[in-house]
Design a protein around this ligand. Sequence first.
Ligand SMILES: Cc1cc2nc3c(=O)[nH]c(=O)nc-3n(C[C@H](O)[C@H](O)[C@H](O)COP(=O)(O)OP(=O)(O)OC[C@H]3O[C@@H](n4cnc5c(N)ncnc54)[C@H](O)[C@@H]3O)c2cc1C
Length: 495
Amino acid sequence: MTQHSEALDMVLVGAGIMSATLAVLLKELDPSLKLEIVELQEAGAVESSNPWNNAGTGHAGLCELNYTPQGKDGSIDIAKAVSINTQFEVSKEFWAYMVARGTFGAPNNFINPVPHLSFVRGDKDIAFLKKRHELLSAHHTFEDMVYSEDRDTLAEWMPLMMPGRSANERIAATRSLRGTDVNFGALTNQLLAYLAAQPGVKISYSQKVTGLKRHGQRWSVDVKSLNSGDSRSLDAGFVFLGAGGGALPLLQMSGIEEGKGFGGFPVSGQWLRCDNPEVVNRHQAKVYSQAEVGAPPMSVPHLDTRVVDGKKSLLFGPYAGFTTKFLKHGSIFDLPFSVRPSNIGPMLAVARDNMDLTRYLIKEVMQSMEQRLEALRKFYPEAKAEDWRLEIAGQRVQIIKKDAKKGGVLQFGTELVAANDGTIAALLGASPGASVTVSIMLNLIERCFPEKARSQEWTQKLAEIFPAREKELASDADTYRRISAQTSEVLGLSR
Ligand SMILES: Cc1cc2nc3c(=O)[nH]c(=O)nc-3n(C[C@H](O)[C@H](O)[C@H](O)COP(=O)(O)OP(=O)(O)OC[C@H]3O[C@@H](n4cnc5c(N)ncnc54)[C@H](O)[C@@H]3O)c2cc1C
């Protein structure tokens, strides 16, 4: 029998970084809100937000070469890198605001300083990196970035990566000391613990959202307990589908017009992980390089210092793979069950136009451990097989979208899909993901609660939490330097 419960202001599906951030922001803006977070797993941050399911890079454009694409004429566009950098600063403002309250927990549980490096080999990529550095370091958001081809300097920056490397190999790198490693799982759990202590908040685990029905301006959300099998129905004024890979099926279930035509392309991932302290202690950096031809942007190889539960490890990868699951703990029927008359056209168009990606994924899936180690040795020439083990990363569901010219396109970013009346919103896609959650959720608040967001109360509160937003940070160098220094100080990132 289905039980009906009291009316709620909002229901958030999924206990990952997205729902946790949105719920805290909304409760700060309106402490009287009644909300429930419904999560199918037994705890928060089990899927993509878990520290071992993502790379933990605080994406700020300091090392990711794909954020500065090169045009056919050789020109380099830095706009995306600047945009991601300022969005990360906005995330830092929110985290610093929470830490400054004194009850949120220590910042080094979830964020630690780790230099970010871009590393390239060969003349063509060196010319690109040099030009990229000239452009980026002329902008205040990247003014501390340093470039070097000098082998002694590179050995100081990347001591693990230089021994065993041929003296004839031409290499170069840039380094920024403002990089971070973020344990998004710990951060999510700190946000959830903070929320659980607030009046009017309920967080339900081992409960799955199985249905969504619109009743005028409100939604009825069907929830099934995975332990007892009982069902209940929640009545909500606003629903957020923060279900990660599970957001697309829920969006389809909602039937909203704005969600039609979207499909999902799941890409799984694997890492090589090393916990041997003798190796781990010789690398203190996140080193990103160029992606292979045909590789999706999120498959850029990188060798990363990770700091999880106070312990350091190294991760190398990711190696892409293919499954039909939308969540790591999902079902192989997720992809076939997501096919609808409205998205079959875009899905077929994407299959036709992305043969390079298909070939790349097949090659990745067929790789042996020895081939994976060969890729690692391009970074760390003396890597020994016995120090590394293979781990399964989280699942990313890339967005397939209708396109007037091509029929359908594959999109590697994230997309916020919201109903016209602002009563329901879903977050699709994965990248740059957790690092820019706060900007994404601020955008959601402006779209779904436009009048309240313009009210004096909310404007004042937002200005208190966010002394400067993305646009001002990108255009005003002094403000950027001042705010960034302040948040770094509170978060324990100052050098
Ligand atoms: C391999 C990989 C590497 C990445 N690296 C980085 C990185 O270095 N830096 C970065 O910033 N980002 C990175 N990301 C992206 C980042 O991890 C994600 O953007 C972010 O964690 C997504 O958070 P979320 O809350 O949307 O989803 P999730 O953390 O996946 O949470 C969604 C939750 O919804 C629950 N759920 C699903 N369906 C239902 C349902 N029907 N009912 C109830 N609950 C449901 C799931 O169980 C899950 O707990 C990476 C992602 C991957 C996969």
